[in-house]
Design a protein around this ligand. Structure first.
Ligand SMILES: Cc1cc2nc3c(=O)[nH]c(=O)nc-3n(C[C@H](O)[C@H](O)[C@H](O)COP(=O)(O)OP(=O)(O)OC[C@H]3O[C@@H](n4cnc5c(N)ncnc54)[C@H](O)[C@@H]3O)c2cc1C
Length: 459
């Protein structure tokens, strides 16, 4: 009899795992059933802001593979609108609710892949019957927001609550659609994924785009008129709006797993080993936004809910389930985003992370340009490096700038991944031609400045 793999969650991690397992084991050897409570599989939530802005038409463009394709081409039995409500590890069964027809079934498994993603943080004030308040997690959320923005009376003002990368990208989408945008952020700056000095550059650029940035301000409620949201309430008074978008971050969707006895780590996400096995539970796997992973620089467990990791981890799990060997080696916290033309990249530890991890370090900020100064389109690029004392080992890097800024972080990510020192980095053989960089690339300028700072500090 064929073994049976059940996958909970049909997006990045779940479908990567299912596809990889199928590549290695045919349907006669391994039956694969995926339960997905939504309507879609393998969709790009990352593309939602660009669909909202109108840059990408969708949502078809955001779907890599539809359920029918998985069924017909991969012999993967994808059941959308089916929610797993319990996992019985003893009987090796899951309890599944059919969200369309109603009713519950139990399905047995030999291997179980838990890939239920994350859930958006939604404070009590955001639970409202007023129309016009949107979280941003799924294609259904995107469709609902688009419908609202295209409807009558046509929304003119938007408030985005939360200045993380999703909030910032949604603020950009609203500006692109011609709305007047206020971003409300509880901490001192938006983009807390970079240090305050770099985040201030982002805030400055956002103001330059016409956005109102209200920092150090918490939303505590909503006002409505005729069933439609009309303002967000803050300690400094209401901010009138026609639409509210929540970007308050996510937490691991691990409740179902925890209830079944899967171990959670200190971040509240599921613990896994490097092959994506849940420790102590043979045949149980987990990957994606619901798991924690090792930060290779701090050595600490971290929860970094990004698609790039979910895809890789799902692939690793699938290869292993399929009988191969693969491991996920951890993360260093590389991420990129943009607000209109302004690009932001980060990798490794911020100053506060380096302090929390117990490092002694220096940090430098170097201003230069993306191209030769005389070449058309030359614009400011700011690179921040954090390096360990006295070794000079790179611990973290951040870049804010205009074109060609964000993906330059990859050079720094590779240096960081490989444990390079800033001294070694000063000699890196990076490409140069006037349209692409000044003679001294911004990365090299920053590395030289870091070496100077270490020397000045007596290393
Ligand atoms: C607006 C936005 C922009 C983003 N931009 C980027 C980006 O630029 N770069 C980047 O790397 N990442 C980005 N991300 C994050 C990225 O989308 C996620 O990290 C990635 O989707 C995680 O994949 P996953 O498979 O772990 O979880 P998910 O994609 O959340 O998939 C989990 C699936 O499980 C299903 N599910 C949950 N519980 C159950 C259950 N009990 N039964 C059945 N099904 C269930 C859910 O419906 C969901 O489809 C963005 C996210 C958003 C929302």
């Amino acid at each position: 009899m064929a073994q049976r793999l059940i996958v909970i969650g049909g997006d990045a991690a779940g479908m990567s795992a299912a596809s990889q397992a199928r590549r290695r084991r045919d349907a006669g050897d391994l039956e694969i059933v995926v339960f997905e409570r939504g309507h879609f599989t393998s969709y790009s939530a990352c593309g939602i802001p660009y669909w909202i802005s109108g840059l990408v038409s969708g949502p078809e463009q955001l779907i890599a593979r539809a359920p029918e394709t998985f069924r017909s081409e991969f012999a993967i039995d994808v059941r959308t609108r089916h929610e797993v409500t319990a996992i019985d590890l003893e009987r090796r069964e899951v309890v599944v609710r059919d969200l369309e027809q109603g009713g519950e079934i139990r399905e047995r498994f030999d291997e179980l892949m838990y890939a239920a993603g994350a859930v958006p943080v939604k404070p009590s004030w955001a639970h409202t019957d007023a129309a016009g308040v949107f979280g941003m997690q799924t294609l259904d959320d995107g469709a609902a927001l688009r419908e609202w923005l295209d409807g009558e009376p046509r929304p003119r003002r938007a408030v985005v609550v939360g200045g993380g990368y999703i909030g910032v990208e949604m603020a950009e989408a609203m500006i692109e659609r011609g709305l007047s945008v206020t971003l409300v952020e509880q901490s001192d700056q938006p983009m807390s994924t970079v240090d305050g000095d770099m985040a201030e550059l982002v805030a400055e650029a956002m103001r330059g785009l016409g956005m109102t940035i209200r920092t150090g301000m918490a939303v505590s409620g909503l006002e409505e008129r005729d069933g439609r949201v009309s303002a967000v309430v803050t300690a400094e008074g209401p901010i009138p709006t026609d639409v509210v978008v929540l970007g308050l971050g996510v937490r691991p969707n691990a409740a179902l797993a925890e209830a079944a006895g899967l171990p959670l780590g200190p971040t509240g996400a599921i613990r896994v080993d490097r092959r994506m096995r849940v420790p102590g539970l043979p045949g149980i796997w987990a990957a994606g936004d619901c798991v924690e992973t090792l930060h290779r620089v701090s050595g600490m467990p971290v929860h970094v809910p990004l698609g790039t990791h979910a895809n890789k981890q799902g692939r690793v799990a699938g290869i292993n389930i399929g009988g191969g060997y693969a491991s996920f080696l951890g993360v260093i916290g590389t991420a990129v985003t943009k607000v209109c033309e302004l690009e932001v990249g980060r990798t490794g530890l911020r100053e506060r992370d380096a302090t929390a991890a117990g490092f002694d370090f220096i940090s430098v900020v170097a201003d230069s340009t993306n191209r030769a100064g005389y070449y058309p389109g030359s614009r400011r690029m700011t690179v921040k490096l954090i390096a360990e004392r006295p070794s000079g080992r790179l611990l973290g890097a951040q870049i804010v700038g205009w074109s060609e800024a964000a993906k330059r972080i990859d050079t720094l990510a590779v240096a960081l991944w490989n444990g390079m020192t800033v001294d070694e980095m000063t000699g890196l053989d990076l490409g140069y031609a006037p349209p692409y960089a000044p003679v001294w690339d911004p990365v090299l300028i920053a590395a030289r400045k870091a070496v100077d700072a270490l020397t000045a500090a007596g290393r």
